[in-house]
Design a protein around this ligand. Sequence first.
Ligand SMILES: *[C@@H]1O[C@H](CO)[C@@H](O)[C@H](O)[C@H]1NC(C)=O
Ligand SMILES: *[C@@H]1O[C@H](CO)[C@@H](O)[C@H](O)[C@H]1NC(C)=O
Ligand SMILES: *[C@@H]1O[C@H](CO)[C@@H](O)[C@H](O)[C@H]1NC(C)=O
Ligand SMILES: *[C@@H]1O[C@H](CO)[C@@H](O)[C@H](O)[C@H]1NC(C)=O
Length: 460
Amino acid sequence: MRFSALLVFAPLFAQAVLIVPGATWKDTSGNTIQAHGAGFLKVNSTYYWFGEDKAANSALFSAVSCYTSPDLGTWTRQNNALTPIANTMISSSNIVERPKGSFNSEYVMWFHSDTSNYGAAQVGVATSKTPCGPYTYKGSFSPLGAESRDESVFQDDDAAQTAYLLYASDNNQNFKISRMDANYYNLTAQVNVLTASTLEAPGMLKRNGQYFLFASHTSGWAPNPNKYFVASTLDLNPVATYYSQNAFDLAVGTNALYAGDRWRSDILGSSTYIWLPLSWASGVPQLVWADLWNLNIANGSYSVVTGGTTYEAEKGVRSGSSTLISDSSFRNGGSVAITVQGSGAQQWVSLYIANGDSTWRNSTVSVNGGASVVVQQPNTGGGQIVLSVPLSLNLKSGSNTITFGAGQSNYAADLDKIIVYPPQPTAGTVPPGTTTTSSSTGGSTDWCVQVCTLAMFYSY
Ligand SMILES: *[C@@H]1O[C@H](CO)[C@@H](O)[C@H](O)[C@H]1NC(C)=O
Ligand SMILES: *[C@@H]1O[C@H](CO)[C@@H](O)[C@H](O)[C@H]1NC(C)=O
Ligand SMILES: *[C@@H]1O[C@H](CO)[C@@H](O)[C@H](O)[C@H]1NC(C)=O
Ligand SMILES: *[C@@H]1O[C@H](CO)[C@@H](O)[C@H](O)[C@H]1NC(C)=O
């Protein structure tokens, strides 16, 4: 059914794609997209997304997946680009992370190649005649004799299409940029080093002749405010990344797409993707938070979806031990039921939550007494820090009752409010409809641009 709807709508919305950061994204076969630590490549009119398959919820190497899309929204899984080879540095007991594709006379993939304790700190290189491969592994090595952990590849737009490796070196203390040789097999010279910068998770964009490096600080799987670096100023500037870590920054028209990972370290395969507009409208690069947004892939313009209706949690009907609170205390048990107006369609609903715990929580959600789905709720960095979590729900036309926290005994996050969005065109989008669990924005002064203060929380 979904495919016939796509065929009908595709011509109308061919250039616009709906992006829902933090939802659980499905491929065209209905399976959860497993492509963490992303790398993108555009070949002709097709986008290729390479990433780590973490379905086994392990950091160890299982596969570099390859997905293709005409529009950055509808993704089809192809053959794996790289799979483990026993008794090599890319065996299933080693680490392969952050695969980045590039092309000169053939397709060349670089990746972080490591032992399970991250002690080897090398890069790996593999090549292929086709974008998805499978790639032929050439080997792993220490670039210019030094360590390399998180890395990315930047291909310049000069005549020689010079490529660079961007990498966290020297025990993640010094961040380096080194030039590749003509066939992208090796490095020839270090061209820059950010000494004692403790950066990782890099990506680079070129805009109006300036190079922008985006990277996070080092805090394991936990998020931190990422930084950008402009080649002409050498300043490190904070950029809000909404509880996510940079994976890739993709130029689209005059803007860019920030593609980040929201890692869930205890269930790695449940980590979600935070993709946001990267805008220079204020003069400096900034991520624009949106519960839902549309990207025009032809020219990079974007629009944040508006028109949602807000329902405050404190106006809901409480039961059990749920209470109204004004601080960050938590209660076990209890539920809240909120009555909303629906449009007789699948609709995105954003849950604005706070979770001051150090681990993720979850909440059951039931519409009109139906079966519950479970929403993942990341720790938000403090009990007063609100993130939004997207959920696709089927709402009937008119009045609907959405119940949060019914029948669960574990702690759920505090609920501030929900926003019910009008139905969105489905063409060229991350397929909606299937239950989305998951997560969203970032908080604290480091990364909060929206509601950071709360009148009342709902706790249960
Ligand atoms: C891209 O287009 C060129 C020119 O038509 C063609 O030779 C090449 O095979 C295409 N690449 C892919 C990956 O389809
Ligand atoms: C890669 O480059 C380094 C430094 O220039 C050199 O020592 C090494 O032999 C090269 N490796 C290969 C496989 O060419
Ligand atoms: C991008 O294309 C869309 C659709 O054609 C158009 O509405 C919009 O004005 C364009 N934006 C820019 C910046 O060119
Ligand atoms: C929700 O979280 C609790 C721990 O607080 C866990 O026991 C339970 O399995 C989780 N439920 C789902 C469906 O993830």
